[in-house]
Design a protein around this ligand. Structure first.
Ligand SMILES: *[C@@H]1O[C@H](CO)[C@@H](O)[C@H](O)[C@H]1NC(C)=O
Length: 219
């Protein structure tokens, strides 16, 4: 009986760690903690954030995996529209001087993602490249009166320190949706709710439950 229980504990922990590996909530940042995250449905991208109601700001990490040092990545809010035109973008790529992170408002399809101020404040922005992953860290002063926005994200190649047009594969066309920084609700191609700290604690609870059963069975 004990062996059976302990092997189910083992199985459950193996199962929960393998499902978590696909999930944003399993990702640990070296010295940052985000309360909410969502697996964006395409382009191997993840959004992690803390929303501060008191000053209507959001601290976020946009993580984009499956890229190389010759890719650019971008994530944007589109305040008044959808898709690419109007996207208030955070951009990062590796250039000859190291990783560069900056803001770029997009007003035309022929953009080369030139640097420029967004329609809302971005007091901090930085980026990291590690293996096949680029992460953009930023603080946004969200436009007043709402917490839900259209979002769009993308990747492409860099040539001569200049971002080139992105591909037009299905994934590159499907990389839009909405995000509500307060409720964690995301919609679009992926839909559903973001992961919160509360959900992350479910599987440790299950483990504890089975461990407890294991102890009882020894009596
Ligand atoms: C907003 O408020 C939070 C929580 O009090 C604080 O940690 C953060 O530094 C503030 N952000 C800005 C940009 O003022």
């Amino acid at each position: 009986m004990r062996t059976l229980l302990f092997s189910s504990i083992l199985l459950i922990s193996l199962f929960s760690s393998s499902t978590n590996a696909q999930s944003c909530s399993a990702h640990q940042f070296s010295n940052r903690l985000y309360a909410t995250c969502t697996n964006l449905p395409v382009l191997n991208a993840f959004l992690h954030w803390n929303y501060h109601q008191v000053n209507h700001t959001v601290d976020l990490a946009y993580r984009h995996t499956g890229v190389t040092a010759s890719n650019w990545v971008a994530w944007a809010l589109n305040i008044d529209g959808t898709g690419m035109i109007g996207a208030q973008s955070l951009v990062a790529f590796q250039n000859s001087g190291g990783i560069r992170a900056y803001t770029s408002p997009i007003s035309a399809f022929r953009t080369q993602l030139q640097e420029g101020p967004l329609s809302f404040g971005v007091p901090t922005i930085s980026a990291e490249i590690s293996g096949n992953q680029i992460t953009i860290f930023a603080t946004l002063q969200l436009p007043a009166g709402r917490t839900s926005f259209n979002q769009v994200w993308q990747d492409g190649l860099v040539s001569g320190n200049v971002p080139q047009r992105h591909a037009l594969e299905n994934a590159n066309r499907a990389s839009t949706g909405t995000v509500d920084f307060q409720t964690g609700q995301v919609s679009g191609e992926g839909g559903g709710a973001a992961n919160t700290q509360r959900k992350r604690n479910v599987s440790p609870f299950l483990l504890f439950f089975f461990f407890f059963l294991g102890i009882i069975s020894t009596y």
